[in-house]
Ligand binder design. Structure first.
Ligand code: KG4
Ligand code: ZN
Length: 339
């Protein structure tokens, strides 16, 4: 089966062709234009700008994905596009162009939930079977989920305020170190030490919910109280911020693993970390150590499959279409689509 996937839910215009043949999976192409230059002056994503950029680029990105995969439209079996959650304008562009292609080549269209794309993404590279615990950390969402099987996801907890990626972006904006914040904080943190104590909201709440707005507020207070915001100070803040995040997510993953183990006492404990923030090398390295001490296995996709991409969207369609051949042509974008 050859699937064309399209992703336009936020600020990445992306298309990918994947091939699924029995148990073999292959990403034939994974093309992406990241609009960070267009949004950087605003320190965040401007929906109207994202919409216009998607409109300008999407057809070219799709053609490049086909060319790289050495496929023609007539060889595609299924066309998938992100149907939500995300910015309505981008979702409309992706689903509309996917439906147009589906109509013109007479092949099914499948709308895909973006979060499900992240949750299933490690199954492209790894031989990863269900069930597994997922820490989903993106710019818009933060949650702990048990993936029981395809289509059955149990949310153990989620953020009550900011998403983790959002906390990275807002902290970077406050320090005036650039956008998107995650990679900038990661870079600067390498030169700092974890010497500044920051709030760790909900760390002892004994549930799987997260909160990051209090952490952000403690950064604001410390930054505002400092007259000389030297590079060393900024590096220390970034480093302390990353250590604080690590403490919080380790604690929540421990709780998540306990719940997982009660439900599946005879299964190997598996943790999957997905979403843009999972591309952070400091977190990757330390979560590896954490899972070794916890006697669990860790699966984190390659960095380019952690941040938004269309291969994960095509992949969900490949997994689902095998089980249930469907054409969802009447679908309308769902900006708040839950899993
Ligand atoms: O999954 P993603 O690409 O898009 C959404 O679905 O939201 O996640 C984007 C988020 C942004 O907030 C970005 O700052 C964060 O992922 N991010 C990182 C890193 N790279 C991207 N956060 C921490 N460290 C990174 N290296
Ligand atoms: Zn995402």
């Amino acid at each position: 089966m050859i699937v064309l996937g399209i992703e336009t839910s936020c600020d990445e215009t992306a298309a990918s062709v994947v091939e699924a043949k029995n148990k073999k999976k292959k990403i034939l192409s994974n093309i992406l234009y990241s609009q960070f230059k267009e949004h950087k002056d605003y320190g965040g994503i401007v929906p109207e700008i994202a919409f216009r950029e998607h409109l300008k680029l999407i057809d070219k990105i799709i053609l490049r994905a086909l060319k790289k995969a050495k496929k023609e439209f007539k060889e595609i079996d299924v066309i998938a596009a992100t149907g939500g959650p995300g910015l309505h304008g981008g979702l409309l562009i992706g689903t509309t162009i996917a439906k147009s292609i589906s109509l013109s080549i007479d092949k099914p269209f499948m709308p895909i939930n973006h979060l499900e794309g992240h949750i299933l993404s490690p199954r492209i590279e790894y031989n990863l079977s269900f069930p597994y615990l997922v820490l989903l950390i993106t710019g818009g969402h933060t949650m702990l989920v048990i993936a029981h099987k395809i289509g059955k996801y149990e949310i153990l907890g989620m953020t009550l305020d900011d998403a983790l990626g959002e906390a990275f972006d807002k902290t970077a904006k406050l320090l005036n170190i650039g956008f998107p914040g995650g990679p900038q904080i990661e870079k600067l943190a390498k030169r700092g030490s974890p010497s500044i104590e920051l709030a760790q909201p909900l760390i002892n709440s004994n549930d799987c919910n997260f909160s990051f707005s209090g952490l952000k507020t403690s950064v604001v207070k410390i930054v505002n109280s400092k007259k000389n915001k030297s590079d060393k100070f900024k590096a220390d803040i970034c480093c302390s911020f990353q250590y604080t995040i690590l403490n919080i997510i380790k604690k929540k993953c421990e709780l998540g693993l306990q719940i997982f183990q009660k439900k599946y006492p005879n299964k190997k404990k598996k943790i999957v970390v997905v979403g843009g923030v999972a591309s952070n090398s400091f977190l990757r390295k330390n979560l590896e150590k954490f899972t070794i001490t916890n006697n669990s296995n860790l699966f984190i996709p390659a960095k380019n499959l952690c941040t938004d991409n269309a291969a994960m969207i095509a992949w969900v369609a490949a997994e689902k279409f095998k089980k249930n051949k469907q054409n969802n042509f009447n679908f309308q974008p769902l900006p708040n689509w839950h899993i």
